[in-house]
Write a protein that binds this ligand. Structure first.
Ligand code: UDP
Length: 380
């Protein structure tokens, strides 16, 4: 006899939100996670009284009021606004690409000057594309050149992107760079969304609130006893790697992973902001996160005499490490489509989240995905 309506494999945002809504709808869930803790990649660890984002910086942002109200009803969010800075050969530039960046890069003081500069810089690539009969950028390099011109592409995009993805910009899809706003105003807010912030007290509070009252087991690997776990529930909600679910029958998908080097410094304020991107190739890490800036502002920063930073090293995923980002090149996309076609035929398995959908999701769209899932809709 099945004991549960749903076995949820993986306690990251998709799994936790699904289990939360299912439980509210009167369904019985069991959540299992192979890690020793819950929360997937939003998990934080307190170090020196600072919430350290153990699996990389997570900044919640959305324009969906329903999603924003949903998370804030579980835990209040603070007013953190992401405004990262890029360092290239010792010089600092504001991100995302906005009037501050254009002033720092070219001395442009007005939007008209910046627009003229970008137009001049993108002329060559536009002509090349036109000569080839192409009207839309075919890859990340063409897209970046069209958006911000050659100087910004070469100094702030090329090195960073090739470090992050381990592939040339000409082999990466245009949409990755379209995540970043380009603005003709002096505004360093990294996101265009109406709402952003970090849960007060850290993301673990969100995970705890989502999973309150739900049976959860950590240190449990679904694949170690697959038949046993499957026998426990009517349906499975799978949030792990889709290729592993199908025993790699078509071959292995590639992922990028991040290795973190954490350091504790005996100073209250090391870099003056949460995120600094190192955009040149020769610096081996992509960015340095100073975690306290996610939760302390103004004079509060100095209340703690210490600070914790993480350097992020982006590498190709190998067995045994944590898969972080799906690789969005043509080969992987085709392979993922074949797996997705298998998944679409399942009636008793629900696939969701970055790994099971093989999709570069932010947090809020994952929650939206749960809200809009036909299974969830069927309870309403
Ligand atoms: N990017 C870049 N330079 C930067 C920051 C980002 O070229 O200083 C590019 C890079 O290709 C990256 C993409 O923009 O993969 C998206 O960046 P985002 O900060 O959204 O990445 P995430 O936070 O998801 O790692």
């Amino acid at each position: 006899m099945e004991k549960y309506d749903y076995l949820v494999v993986g306690s990251g945002l998709f799994g936790a939100v699904f289990a939360h809504l299912a439980t509210k709808a009167g369904k019985k869930c069991l959540v299992i996670d192979k890690r020793p803790q819950l929360g997937g990649n939003i998990y934080c660890e307190k170090q020196h009284d600072i919430c350290v984002h153990k699996y990389g910086a997570h900044i919640f942002h959305t324009s969906n009021k329903e999603v924003w109200d949903f998370v804030n009803a579980l835990v209040p969010f603070n007013r953190y606004t992401n405004a990262p800075v890029a360092v290239y050969e010792g010089k600092m530039y504001n991100l995302p690409f906005n009037m501050n960046t254009f002033y720092q890069m070219w001395g442009c003081k007005t939007p008209a000057e910046a627009e003229a500069k970008i137009a001049e810089q993108k002329q060559q690539v536009v002509e090349e594309m036109r000569a080839q009969g192409v009207d839309a950028p075919r890859n990340l390099e063409e897209q970046a050149l069209c958006l911000v011109g050659r100087d910004i592409y070469e100094k702030l995009i090329k090195g960073y992107t090739e470090k992050q993805w381990g592939r040339p910009c000409t082999e990466l899809p245009a949409f990755i760079i379209k995540r970043l706003p380009v603005r003709m105003i002096f505004d360093n807010n990294y996101f265009n969304d109406s709402y952003q912030g970090i849960p007060i007290g850290g993301y673990n509070k969100l995970t705890e609130a989502l999973l309150a009252g739900i049976e959860c087991k950590v240190n449990e690997d679904f694949f170690a006893q697959r038949e046993y776990w499957e026998s426990l529930a009517e349906k499975v909600v799978f949030t792990g790697q889709i290729d592993e679910y199908y025993n790699f029958c078509y071959g292995k998908l590639q992922y990028r992973t991040v290795r973190f080097e954490e350091e504790v410094h005996e100073t209250p304020n090391l870099q003056g902001c949460a995120v600094i991107n190192y955009t040149e190739r020769s610096v081996p890490y992509t960015r340095v996160i100073e975690h306290k800036h996610f939760e302390s502002f103004g004079a509060d920063v100095y209340a703690n005499p210490r600070t914790v930073i993480s350097k992020e090293f982006s590498t190709e995923w190998t067995e045994g490490s944590e898969p972080f980002y799906p690789v969005n090149d043509a080969t992987n996309t085709e392979l993922a489509d074949r797996y997705r076609a298998l998944a679409a035929k399942e009636s008793k398995v629900i696939f969701g989240g970055r790994l099971a959908e093989y999709k570069y999701y932010d947090m809020a769209p994952v929650i939206e995905q749960v809200f809009n899932h036909p299974e969830v809709k069927s309870w309403q």
